[in-house]
Unconditional design. Structure first.
Lengths: 287, 249
């Protein structure tokens, strides 16, 4: 056996767009690359503020935002709000998963269902979760229930749709292989449909998590006593732009982390997918 | 000897547009246990359809298939199918792929041993933990053969398994396949459109013609294995076969 050494230097991407880098050095380079732009912008922003080119009331400099962040972190305010938001997301996202996964799975197995579902799904997809907020508040009150409902609504469609499509697009050729071994219905589902749909399910989960995180903050802006959205609202009411920006950046950072976690999980559960794209993997030749 | 496998008057229609096209007309032959038959015919003659009917993946319009005198209507583990593409499950490693059909049938250790033996036979022992997409076409196809053998079928159904491979790999796999057949003595039906391949492998060659798909002639190949493609007798038979083959199109 010969291993053909073709080491391409360009970055490989997975189907979900995540980078995979095999060595630590490359990992560092990637991190530095990713951090270069934000650092540059922050430095520029700070310098321009100090030089007096930016109205610091309208746009406080990064150092001031940082101070505010530290204060909020030290007095426990930040943790309380983040905790409230994360609790809602995990609760709502879990509920959305519990609904969307089985439903997508079952409907994906039925042929011809797509024609019935597509128009309705497209209709609901066009409606942003925020548009529903007043209705949800009317139905469920201003408390937790309406916020959870918004999260479920935002996360449901991407998870459901991708699960559904993943199951429905299971390669008939692989199904045939399973038939020839006389697999039971349950066996076919567990050993062919499920692993085949898994990458698509992960795409749905990633999208769903990102969607519901965004709409949650919108919901919290409209009526909440806790949460990051509320933190921003508080900043507005007290005329503290630095507090508002703390909220905005925290939203971005947590969103980034959540996405990172799902990507990690994906790599862990779908190692075969990772191998599809990793440049380390050699193609063996017959000889 | 005969009536191990009986293919009795199989006919099959395909619906094309509003009309019905006769894809297979009255296919009839018998096989002995351990026999290696090549189904040779131009593309579109229904040889793959026939194989899929024998595998139970498609239903015939009329006729019967009898294995040991019993009618076959659906797929079953006693018939192993090897497709033109390897069709390995991309989410399973090579050894998991090979063990796919027998998972749960044996206890873990025994399963592991069977898989190891088969990987050894097809020469892929070093690649047990590899993912299918890391393999070359020839290796993947050998893994597919190992997967079919794992279920220990009575009959191997091969649908142009070497057609997509390069000439060198194909020749190697043909030799490997013959050795495998000699050591296991599985009954094999090997579909091919390659005259050389049919002559190198088949004890008998069933020549099919198209529209409608039916058997033109059944030729017994008298040469011992391994066959030499340069042998004058081989070449004479090849010429005869080629003339017959061309007139089927």
């Amino acid at each position: 056996m010969k291993a053909s050494a073709n080491h391409q230097r360009e970055m490989p991407t997975t189907l979900t767009g995540a980078f995979i880098l095999p060595t630590e050095k490359q990992l560092c380079i990637k991190m530095l690359k990713g951090l270069a732009l934000p650092i540059l912008l922050l430095v520029l922003w700070e310098v321009l503020s100090r030089l007096g080119y930016i109205n610091t009331y309208l746009l406080p400099p990064p150092s001031q935002i940082w101070d505010r962040l530290l204060t909020a972190a030290v007095n426990g305010q930040l943790v309380r709000h983040i905790g409230a938001s994360l609790y809602r997301v995990f609760f709502g996202f879990g509920l959305a998963l519990a609904l969307a996964l089985p439903l997508g799975f079952l409907l994906g197995l039925l042929p011809g269902v797509r024609g019935f579902l597509s128009p309705s799904l497209s209709f609901f997809q066009q409606i942003p979760a925020i548009a529903w907020i007043p209705m949800f508040i009317l139905w469920l009150g201003i408390d937790e229930a309406s916020k959870i409902a918004i999260i479920v609504y935002s996360a449901f469609f991407p998870i459901f749709l991708n699960t559904f499509l993943g199951i429905a697009s299971t390669d008939p050729k692989l199904k045939e292989v399973a038939y020839t071994y006389g697999l039971s219905h349950w066996g076919l589902m567990r050993r062919v449909y499920l692993p085949s749909a898994a990458p698509s399910v992960f795409v749905g989960m990633r999208l769903g998590l990102s969607f519901c995180w965004r709409s949650l903050v919108a919901a919290e802006l409209l009526g909440a006593s806790r949460g990051i959205g509320y933190l921003i609202q508080e900043g507005r009411e007290m005329a503290q732009p630095d507090l508002m920006l703390v909220g905005v950046f925290v939203i971005g950072l947590i969103g980034l982390s959540l996405d990172f976690i799902v990507t990690r999980l994906e790599k862990r559960f779908l190692p075969w997918q990772e191998k599809v794209d990793t440049e380390e993997v050699q193609k063996w030749q017959i000889s | 000897m005969a009536n191990f496998l009986e293919i009795k008057n199989i006919s099959k229609f395909f619906t094309i547009g509003k009309g019905q096209v006769l894809a297979l007309e009255n296919i009839h032959f018998e096989m002995a246990s351990g026999e290696l038959i090549c189904l040779l015919g131009p593309s579109g003659c229904g040889k793959t359809t026939l194989l899929r009917i024998i595998a139970g993946l498609e239903k015939q319009a009329s006729g019967q298939i009898l294995l040991h005198g019993k009618v076959i209507t659906t797929t079953g583990p006693e018939r192993g199918m090897i497709f033109q593409e390897p069709r390995l499950f991309p989410w399973l490693t090579l050894e998991e792929n090979v063990g796919f059909g027998i998972k749960g049938r044996y206890e873990k250790k025994r399963l592991q041993r069977i898989v190891e033996e088969l990987l050894e036979i097809v020469g892929l022992s070093n690649f047990a933990k590899a993912w299918p997409n890391q393999l070359s076409g020839g290796m993947a196809q050998r893994a597919a053969i190992a997967r079919a053998l794992a279920a220990d079928p009575l009959i191997l159904l091969l649908d142009e398994p070497f057609a997509a491979l390069d000439a060198q790999t194909r020749t190697k796999l043909q030799t490997d396949f013959l050795n495998l057949w000699k050591s296991t003595h599985k009954t094999c039906i090997h579909v091919t459109h390659d005259i050389d391949e049919a002559l190198i492998l088949g004890q008998r060659i069933i020549v099919m013609e198209s529209s409608p798909g039916r058997i033109r002639e059944i030729i017994s190949v008298p040469f011992p294995y391994p066959r030499c493609p340069d042998d004058p007798d081989f070449l004479a038979l090849k010429k005869e076969l080629r003339d017959s083959f061309i007139s089927t199109m």
